[in-house]
Design a protein around this ligand. Structure first.
Ligand code: BGC
Length: 336
């Protein structure tokens, strides 16, 4: 079932998707997931994403909690890229680089929506040169439930060659509270990660995870790796790296023994930026509880960040007449 549960006088509308397994509240501002609920091993409903108490707070703060990020997720070196021999300049909003689509990325935009055949269909027209990016981009983001899965599908077209790399930026905590994420068990089907520099910018260099703190090929408590002395970890104050998948489904599993809830992510995208909420600063979230650093884990499925600057065949290029499409599902269940 999909129903509009709130219309606020500032234009924010909240829509609820629900079935026997899941309750998901989403708002039209940034297609942001506000609540993502399922029952734990004791039958108690748990909300497994971090968020603010009031929808308006999403307008005030950075952090991209629960939102769709884009046009281009993650960092672009010095906010510059060249496409068809033209240099484009994007807003610099993260050290020397441009992050998550600029100052007013998709997370700060109001989407139109319709409800059709048990799908919540968001639409946004991103105008030519919005935040410095070329092309009028027509973006559709669809949320739907299928048993214990939330499925998010993205599609986009443009009237001029451009770049695109959209993702969802939910911070998961399967304890249902902003506890330290270290006790969660994490498995990622990835033999390698992309390296970052001291500004957390992807450099194009690849690192094999063997004998590194990025080896999550077997499920392991995150704290076993997170606090190790390792240059790549010190650059980001934790994990904040693209993990390059070696499988094509069920690539990531996150598990909390406290609630027994596990999250299984399946995507047709080649990798995910896994981010251990290193820059959350203790700001207050739902129920007035502080969201400290490491109190959530983002698993942002996407294409390789910044590769427009080092890969002439970057998959982030969307040509006029082509269609960008991707799909990611988030399954929540109690591990038996
Ligand atoms: C990035 C982090 C950044 C965060 C902002 C993540 O996707 O990888 O480096 O600080 O978003 O909330």
């Amino acid at each position: 079932m999909i129903e509009v549960i709130e219309k606020r006088n500032n234009g924010i509308e909240i829509i609820r998707l629900s079935n026997n397994c899941l309750v998901v509240d989403v708002m039209n501002l940034g297609c942001t997931i506000l609540k993502f609920k399922t029952k734990d091993k004791d039958g108690i409903m748990q909300d497994v994403v971090l968020g603010y108490e009031h929808p308006e707070e999403y307008l005030q703060y950075d952090g991209y909690l629960g939102a769709i990020v884009g046009r281009v997720a993650n960092r672009i070196k010095c906010g510059k890229f060249v496409l068809n021999d033209v240099e484009y300049n994007l807003p610099i909003n993260n050290g020397p680089n441009s992050l998550h689509g600029g100052n007013q990325g998709f997370d700060k935009r109001y989407f139109n929506y319709e409800i059709h055949n048990e799908q919540l269909i968001f639409h946004y027209l991103s105008k030519d040169m919005e935040e410095g990016y070329p092309g009028n981009v027509s973006l559709t983001v669809i949320y739907e439930l299928e048993d214990d899965k939330l499925i998010i599908s993205y599609s986009a077209t443009t009237d001029k060659d451009t770049i695109i790399n959209v993702s969802n930026h939910s911070y998961f905590n399967l304890d249902g509270l902003p506890t330290n994420i270290g006790e969660h068990e994490l498995r990622i089907d990835a033999d390698s990660i992309a390296k970052i520099d001291a500004d957390v910018l992807v450099t194009g260099e690849i690192l094999n995870v063997e004998n590194t703190p990025f080896d999550f090929r077997e499920s392991i408590q995150i704290k076993e790796h997170l606090y190790k002395e390792y240059e790549q970890l010190s650059y980001a104050l934790g994990i904040d790296h693209p993990f390059i998948f070696t499988s094509t489904e069920n690539q990531v599993t996150l598990y909390s023994s406290k609630t027994g809830i596990e999250l299984i992510i399946s995507t047709d995208l080649p990798q995910a930026q896994v981010y251990s909420a290193n820059y959350l600063d203790g700001r207050l979230g739902k129920n007035g509880l502080p969201m400290a650093e490491k109190s959530g884990l983002c698993i942002e499925t996407q294409m390789m960040p910044n590769d427009i600057n080092f890969n002439p065949n970057s998959k982030t290029i969307l040509r006029k007449g082509e269609r960008y499409e991707s799909k990611t599902s988030y399954q929540l269940r109690v591990r038996t």
